[in-house]
Design a protein around this ligand. Structure first.
Ligand code: HEM
Length: 443
């Protein structure tokens, strides 16, 4: 039988007795694919359609035939993120394992492995409570002025590499590189080591089956770096983790250092690239930034409100049956918090777009025990990366600004490419010439 609410070709509820007011995942056929939310040219369109149809929690597919609940309501999202006893990160309790839902080629094996993952972001309860304080200690001691100086120097070095060419891809050659190099330097890694780690990390994401061997290699390098930092007594991120008593082994320290670096890299890539995409494709926005009415920080905030970098958080798994609205979340179900949708929940949104200026009440840094430990440091790096590029080059986006192609990740939203052109650099004035050109005052 067909349940009247939400019954259309996109989401049909079937096989439910009329006496049962609750909707279960398995009752729903034709679920929306999660990646549709991140690939849409208008980030709001798919979420709003789902909200209209299903309310605060919607059924989706992570891949065809792999169902999950997507939480769209702001209060419900905060509730899930804060309740880390009911919604845990350990994927071994996911019902899909017993039902063999993942085919051998599925890209979800990394996200939904059968065994618990060892990293901080995937730890629950007592283990997470033990591993999180060292991360807070290590990140809170980072000197923001030093982080800014490092980022500025790295940005300059990267811009130098493509400046003479008059064209570049700002994702591959800039946004994807600045955060990894900046974090690596704050981790105390040498440039050669950082480059090797980035190569291995890329290979892990591209290599599927060979990912395990690459991960071993990566952890060997980072474990050696931890031991080296302890011998030298450094006070960088690795040095703080190296002597922290909360860890049980150097392997745990290495896994944590790797997790910090990768978490920062992904989120910052998306934040920097999205802000540049917005500035370059929306004349109203770029005029506002260059016209000085809004600071770069406001531009960064507007991105997190309008089209956040991490619209869907990696799944949690229900440890018991829970009812949210008219949905029954069964034990073992995968639950994805829709950060973008929660940010746009009409119950918390103001109709006045100026209310978002200076307002940082978005969920883009998460909430609850796993909330991001580095929103300030992240902002320093993103702000410098965007500002340096806009100050150094007069870039123009190549192609139709309305047809920016988005990366095909269901979890992150960022442009796959940002091809730009810019005029070649003006030759510097001869030594001793006066007055100096504006470029010399830029820093
Ligand atoms: C220096 C930059 C950054 C570092 C070092 C960093 C590090 C981390 C780490 C280690 C975690 C896991 C915390 C835990 O599980 O206890 C985390 C979580 C998170 N980060 Fe960041 N991050 C950075 C930048 C960002 C940015 C720019 C964003 C988005 C704008 C972001 C969004 C998040 C979110 C939403 C979570 C929570 C994920 C969840 O609950 O599933 N982070 N971050």
């Amino acid at each position: 039988m067909t349940w009247p609410r939400g019954a259309d070709e996109r989401g049909t509820v079937t096989a439910r007795p009329p006496s049962d007011p609750l909707i279960r995942l398995r009752d729903v056929t034709h679920r929306t694919l999660l990646v549709e939310t991140t690939a849409a040219s208008d980030a709001n369109e798919v979420y709003e359609r789902l909200r209209l149809q299903w309310g605060s929690v919607a059924p989706v597919d992570l891949e065809p035939g792999v169902p999950a609940w997507l939480v769209l309501g702001h209060d419900e999202a905060v509730g899930v993120l804060r309740d880390d006893r009911t919604f845990i990160k350990d994927p071994s309790i996911w019902h899909g394992h017993a039902e063999n839902l993942l085919g051998p080629q599925s890209a979800l094996h990394l996200v939904l492995p059968r065994a618990p993952k060892p990293t901080l972001a995937d730890a629950d309860g007592a283990k997470h409570a033990r591993m999180r304080p060292p991360v807070d200690d290590a990140l809170s001691q980072v000197d923001e002025a030093r982080a800014a100086a490092i980022t500025r120097r790295l940005c300059g070095m990267l811009i130098d590499r493509f400046e003479d060419r008059g064209r570049a891809d700002l994702v591959a050659e800039y946004a994807a590189v600045v955060p990894f190099l900046a974090l690596s330097e704050l981790d105390g890694l040498e440039p050669g080591q950082a480059q090797r780690l980035q190569e291995i990390t890329r290979a892990i994401f591209e290599s599927g089956a060979a990912a395990r061997e690459r991960t071993v290699e990566l952890l060997e390098i980072v474990t050696e770096h931890i031991a080296h930092s302890r011998r030298l007594g450094t006070r960088d991120i690795a040095g703080v983790l190296a002597v922290h008593d909360n860890f049980e082994s150097d392997l745990e320290r290495a896994q944590t250092l790797t997790a910090i670096t990768l978490a920062a890299n992904e989120a910052l890539l998306a934040w920097i690239a999205q802000t540049l995409a917005l500035v370059l494709s929306d004349p109203r926005f770029s005029n506002r930034v260059s016209g000085g009415r809004l600071h770069i920080d406001d531009a960064l905030d507007e991105v997190l409100w309008r089209s956040t970098t991490n619209p869907n958080l990696m799944p949690r798994f229900a440890t018991r049956e829970v009812v949210i609205g008219d949905k029954l979340i069964e034990r073992g179900a995968a639950v994805v918090v829709g950060v973008h949708a929660a940010n746009h929940d009409p119950l918390v949104q103001s109709a006045d777009p100026w209310d978002t200026v200076g307002n940082r009440a978005y969920l883009s840094f998460g909430a609850g025990p796993h909330r991001c430990p580095a929103p300030r440091l992240g902002r320093v790096i993103a702000r410098i990366a965007v500002a340096e590029l806009l100050q150094r080059l007069q870039v123009t986006l190549v192609g139709d600004p309305d047809k920016v192609e988005w990366a095909t990740s269901p979890w992150m939203r960022f442009p796959a490419r940002l091809p730009v052109t810019f005029p070649p650099p003006v030759s510097p004035p001869a030594p001793g010439a006066w007055p100096p050109g504006p470029a010399e005052f830029a820093h």
